[in-house]
Design a protein around this ligand. Structure first.
Ligand SMILES: [Zn+2]
Length: 524
């Protein structure tokens, strides 16, 4: 247990942007920075202003914004060799920039000093202390990032220590030890952090990469050993295997290590923040991500469900509400009565445990799972099934028939046309539509046919379509499972269809998604 003050330092906008495929605009960087400020982080590293105009533009834009909790940090490097710090163009950019705090990275490993910098060990020490001193003279606060510190220490502990001592003596306010190659294990982090703290006058920070899948553990071990600043990124974004994931580090510090890193009320914004940054970066949060993933508090096994309903801590390491997530009870053949009752309760449908309809629902779920249905991702289809058993409602329409024609033409084009005949409130409607594929054509034809009677349908759109062949050994006789996600702009829901015929499976999922969407709107 530790109760020292620990500062959270986010580098999503600098190190996180090194992730393969990651690219956000200046505008998006500003939105992320404001969101991180709202979460309550102490430092937000905005980027490397000397590297390109986009970074400079970001710092300019941030001058107009007011941060409530965080301080904005600009990133740069120690001066080049054989040059005065005041003449180094990139240090001058930092000195002239609006960020009051700068992080300066320098070398700690002899191998890098001689092979990469091609400088002497002593020249490297001067580069560190002169760069830090210059920025202090210019009125900046300086955080010193000791690159490759743990590899440098393993190679030559004495020299590695001298590099951070040089930064401390020149006036750096924090010495951040970096596991740049990300391969150090927790036991080594613990020993090295303790040794550094015993030899330097300034507070120590930690910056880990995840190449050995230990970045979160390494960061927590460093804090336990006395580190006062933790650097990381939201969702662990970063080059190669990523940076230390602040989304996992923050709740561990706050809920398990007695380190009050955020103010009351802020921790509950963790899930929202993780998903917000992911949405902007256009990468989904990993479904099984600790604390904030959709499955982080999802229960499937029948006994587990019964137990968490009696006492959540039986299978949950923390209360999901504390990090802004929620418990989910999954419907599957493994789960029993408890899950059905719980789901019915969630939907506001009255049901007692001994009600024979519970057994009927379970039987239907099991029969269908046997045929290839899977309700975890098809909450809409499950709710319709449950309602059908408990409180049957009138379908939106009755299908007389549909026909889909796929025509491949000589010029290479493929044209798809669907015709549908339905009965809506006593009227027979025939509708034909073209589409870029059979499901799209059917969807369009069905909407055309029934939208006049149900104008709210306009708000509902299909957002995702996934197909899986269930038993590949059976060749074309194999069943096809179709999962559709639909959305009305506020919420999204999943539906499912299973058939040997892909069009039939798609149709089933399509009808469920529309029925459910309309049910939702009628309840508003
Ligand atoms: Zn890094």
């Amino acid at each position: 247990m530790t109760s020292q003050t620990v500062h959270l330092y986010d580098t999503t906008l600098r190190d996180g942007m090194q992730q393969e495929g990651m690219s956000v605009s200046v505008d998006e960087k500003v939105r992320i920075a404001l969101k991180l400020d709202e979460l309550g982080l102490h430092f937000i590293e905005g980027g490397f202003p000397a590297s390109n105009p986009k970074e400079i533009e970001f710092f300019r834009r941030m001058e107009r914004e007011r941060l409530v909790n965080a301080e904005l940090v600009a990133f740069g490097m120690t001066r080049r060799k054989s040059m005065a710090a005041g003449d180094d163009p990139s240090l001058r950019v930092l000195a002239q920039g609006s960020a009051a705090i700068v992080a300066v990275v320098g070398k700690s490993w002899g191998l890098h000093v001689t092979k990469v910098l091609r400088a002497s060990h002593d020249e490297n020490l001067r580069m560190i202390s002169e760069s830090v001193a210059f920025l202090l003279e210019q009125g900046k606060r300086v955080i010193y990032d000791a690159e490759h510190f743990f590899d440098g220490y393993a190679d030559d502990p004495e020299y590695a220590l001298r590099t951070v001592q040089a930064a401390a003596e020149a006036g750096a306010e924090t010495l951040c030890l970096c596991d740049t190659n990300g391969g150090t294990l927790p036991s080594a982090i613990d020993a090295v952090v303790r040794d550094v703290i015993a030899h330097v006058s300034a507070p120590v920070g930690i910056h880990c990469h995840n190449d050995g899948d230990c970045a979160v553990a390494n960061s927590l071990v460093a804090v336990a050993a006395g580190a006062r600043q933790v650097q990381g990124t939201i969702n662990g974004y970063g080059e190669r295997c990523g940076n230390a994931n602040l989304v996992s580090i923050i709740p561990a510090l706050a809920l398990k290590m007695g380190t009050p890193v955020l103010s009351p009320g802020q921790l509950e914004r963790l899930s929202e923040t993780a998903h917000f940054v992911a949405d902007i970066a256009n990468v989904a949060v990993w479904q099984h991500a600790p604390y904030v993933g959709r499955s982080a508090f999802a229960h499937k096994g029948g006994l587990h469900v019964a137990a968490v309903q009696r006492a959540p801590q039986t299978f949950e390491h923390v209360d999901p509400m504390l990090v802004g997530n929620e418990q989910r009870i999954l419907i599957s053949e493994l789960s029993g009565k408890g899950a059905v009752l719980r789901k019915a309760q969630e939907l506001g449908l009255a049901l007692e445990g001994d009600d024979e309809r519970v057994a009927a629902v379970l039987k239907r779920v099991k029969d269908r799972e046997h045929r290839g249905y899977h309700y975890e991702a098809a909450d809409a289809s499950f709710e319709l099934l449950l309602r059908d058993e408990l409180a049957p409602h009138k379908p939106l329409f009755r299908l007389e028939s549909f026909r889909v024609i796929v025509e491949k033409r000589e010029d290479g084009k493929t044209v798809v046309e669907a015709t549908i005949k339905v009965h809506v409130n006593g009227d027979r409607i025939i509708s034909t539509a073209e589409g870029n594929g059979p499901v799209n054509a059917l969807d369009t034809a069905l909407r055309q046919a029934i939208t006049r009677k149900y104008p709210q349908l306009d708000k509902i759109s299909l957002v995702n379509y996934r197909v899986r062949i269930l038993d590949e050994n059976k060749g074309t006789a194999a069943a096809t499972r179709v999962l559709l996600d639909a959305s009305d702009g506020d919420e999204s829901w999943g539906s499912i269809g299973v058939s040997q015929n892909i069009i039939e499976a798609s149709w089933e999922a399509l009808v469920d998604s529309i029925e459910y969407g309309m049910l939702r709107r009628s309840q508003e």
